[in-house]
Write a protein that binds this ligand. Structure first.
Ligand SMILES: NC(=O)C1=CN([C@@H]2O[C@H](COP(=O)(O)OP(=O)(O)OC[C@H]3O[C@@H](n4cnc5c(N)ncnc54)[C@H](OP(=O)(O)O)[C@@H]3O)[C@@H](O)[C@H]2O)C=CC1
Ligand SMILES: O=CC(=O)O
Length: 313
């Protein structure tokens, strides 16, 4: 079996040695421009069109991340990016759920314990104990209840918060209230104090965190965007922060990355920022997932993780 690997920044040698350990029989190489040699499987991130165009014999392509929006948007512009009929797989969890749980739980607890308020008081040298917040007033609403959203929801239930999620189809998670579809988005938003976004970027979800949605949240709500920048209308967020509807926001992703220096988000006192690091691809776990998927595909089985190209995730 022949496997080609392309990532603009990852250390290809490291990935290839991890893959080789899992698939000792495979011939694995880093793809470079001009390489038209045989390939059964391709592992890619931001692949050049030339890499996969016209390849016959390819059995599957693996995206080296959870979100496939960049590859699908490139595919829309250039249908040659992926050979027709070849399945596209993405990483399911592979260590990202734990990272998302760490990020979400730490930030929710930060707001719940009023560390944002204490930080503001500290800047004024004020010693002032504040009233505790109650968990019952701290409903967490998670947009997206898939591999990552579902795990984040479970961890916040473990901390005793009321948790609800919103997805396309209803879920049957224990102790998590499930809402589904546009018709239930308002009911989901109503009384949500912390809105966490873990949706994929698709034409249906772009701009979903806008004034209309934010105005339906509880007063003094918070927004935690962990999915994609295009989900959030940044001007609407700033308006809601300045009007007092929103008390704070923590953003990991932005419509333009790196976030330009002139963005007012950098300077807003109630906006915290991380540079798209909420959950990164962990090579060893990703390779384990990909190898096991390849083995299943070679046996004619139907592993999980295949992207529905029509649905966009
Ligand atoms: N910031 C970072 O570092 C990272 C960000 N991400 C982002 O997180 C996203 C989520 O990942 P993951 O959990 O693995 O994805 P999944 O595909 O497992 O889950 C997606 C969830 O979104 C729901 N959904 C999709 N479209 C709609 C819609 N139109 N209306 C309502 N719900 C919808 C799905 O509903 P249903 O279950 O009914 O299909 C599903 O519950 C990725 O796409 C990526 O963009 C991922 C990794 C790292
Ligand atoms: O944003 C990262 C991803 O894996 O998707």
């Amino acid at each position: 079996m022949d496997i080609i690997f392309y990532h603009p920044t990852f250390d290809a040698n490291h990935w290839i040695s991890l893959l080789q350990r899992q698939l000792p029989e495979a011939r694995i190489r880093e793809w470079r421009s001009g390489d038209n040699g045989p390939a059964d499987y391709a592992l890619v991130w931001h692949p050049p069109v030339e890499m996969l165009r016209g390849r016959t014999g390819l059995k599957a392509v693996f995206a080296l991340g959870a979100g496939v929006d960049s590859i699908l948007s490139k595919l829309k512009k250039d249908p040659d990016l992926l050979p027709a009929g070849v399945p596209l797989f993405r990483l399911e969890d592979t260590g990202m759920a734990e990272q998302m749980q760490e990020y979400a739980v730490s930030q929710v607890l930060h707001w719940f314990r009023r560390f944002d308020d204490y930080q503001a008081l500290k800047l004024q040298a004020k010693w002032e104990p504040l009233a505790d917040y109650e968990r019952e007033d701290f409903t967490i609403g998670i947009l997206g209840a898939g591999v990552l959203g579902g795990k984040v929801a479970e961890s916040l239930v473990g901390w005793g918060f009321p948790v609800r999620c919103w997805s396309r189809s209803h879920k049957n998670y224990s102790r998590i209230k499930s809402f589904a579809g546009r018709e239930e988005l308002s009911a989901f938003a109503n009384n949500t104090r912390v809105l966490i976004n873990l949706l994929p970027n698709t034409p249906e979800t772009v701009g979903i965190i806008n004034s209309e949605l934010v105005n339906q949240l509880a007063d003094n709500a918070y927004v935690l965007n962990l999915a994609r920048g295009v989900h959030l209308v940044e001007d609407d967020l700033l308006t809601a922060l300045d009007s007092g509807k929103l008390k704070g926001a923590m953003l990991d992703v932005f419509s333009r990355e790196p976030l330009p220096a002139e963005s007012p988000l950098w300077r807003h006192p109630r906006v915290a920022i991380t540079p798209h690091v909420a959950a990164v691809t962990r090579p060893a776990q990703a390779v384990e997932f990909i190898s096991s998927t390849i083995i299943q595909l070679d046996k004619g089985q139907h592993p999980t993780g295949q992207v529905d190209l029509q649905r966009g995730y």
